[in-house]
Design a protein around this ligand. Sequence first.
Ligand code: S3P
Length: 421
Amino acid sequence: MIVHGSVAVPGDKSITHRILLLAALAPGRSRLRGALTSLDARSTARVLRQLGVRISPLRSGAPVQVVGARRLRRPSTALHCGNSGTTARLLLGVLAGHRFPAILTGDPSLRRRPMRRVTDPLSAMGAKFVGSTPDLLPIEVRGGPLFALQYRLPVSSAQIKSALLLAGLVGSVEVRLREPNGLSRDHTERLLRALGYTVATEGGWIHFSPDSTPTPLDIAIPGDTSSAAFLVGAAVLADGGALRVEQVGTNPTRIGFIDVLRRMGARIEVENEVDRYGEPVGDLIVVPSDLHGTTVLAGEIPRLIDEIPLLAVLASRAKGTTTFRDVGELRVKESDRLALIAANLRTVGVRAEVNGADLFVEGCDRPPRGRVVTEGDHRIAMAFGVLGTTRRAKIQVDNPSCSDVSFPGFWYALQRMRGRK
Ligand code: S3P
């Protein structure tokens, strides 16, 4: 495949969730441009509407209007978060500081994902949680006045961190947090700073001391780095040409995959970098390249957690073995990604194995062929979709439309970036 031209990707998922939540808590009218309109973003908008927030329909290309209020309203039915872990966990933080009960639930994948990592520290702040299985949705949250919190996170996780920062904001209490294994994505901290709050970092601790109500936002959301990563990956594997992915987030806590790909021999440049509301944004220019194996260290994982399915399929086309250290967190994503990545790679003819929490992928140049089982996991579908663009590949993805969870139009974008053979 030859790649050519410029592509744009939909708005950033993590930032869209956070801005919808912050706009919901800001009395007045906010205006969001470039918001993601995927299924996950719609889940956040839907549950916020149930909580009394007026949000215009999420339509691609149209700005989203949010009319927020200082307090959310008691919902009359359960809040269904669909497939979205970020919606569920961040909302638990927001609702912990509200004096009404609310039930959160989700689709079968989300109902299998651990929630105690968020409900334990929120309980220490004073919120109560009731559910038949304490770690799993459905959970009823009974919020109220909160205490300040000083807390060491058991895993580096932006969802835990953000849930606790949002609880601090809603409850007007101080929050001090520390992540064990490097900084996870810091969009919440950056957005809070853009809203005028002080979020200090010192000696590995994040310190947030909220002192006011959020104000409405008028903000443009950058292209999603994690969606861009799939197109970058397809361009790296191509036979010639060059691809520009326009105006995507280049926040250092998100671009660990670029560092790893460069180490593997990929040629990726960042151009036209600008600052948008505290988030760096730029164009990624990718030239197809031969790859060689590498070791991805535990300390690098939080900065590329969502790109491991993609990096693993790229590793399968590299010379030598690639090792991903300490990637046990993949077991509790939208699917057991660790098992699915290895099993699907083996299905398409690649040697891959999991040993403890480490993943090993051996590169080869046989054309990958076989039927990929996604279990409805968007990133598994897109990663193997990228592998399917390699010469003489024959990959069938069992549920291609699950990419709509984060990247509506993915298959079209992948098709469009191809030039002549
Ligand atoms: C996200 C944080 C990460 C990531 C997820 C989005 C966020 O999850 O995998 O896709 O927006 O905060 P963890 O916090 O569980 O690592």
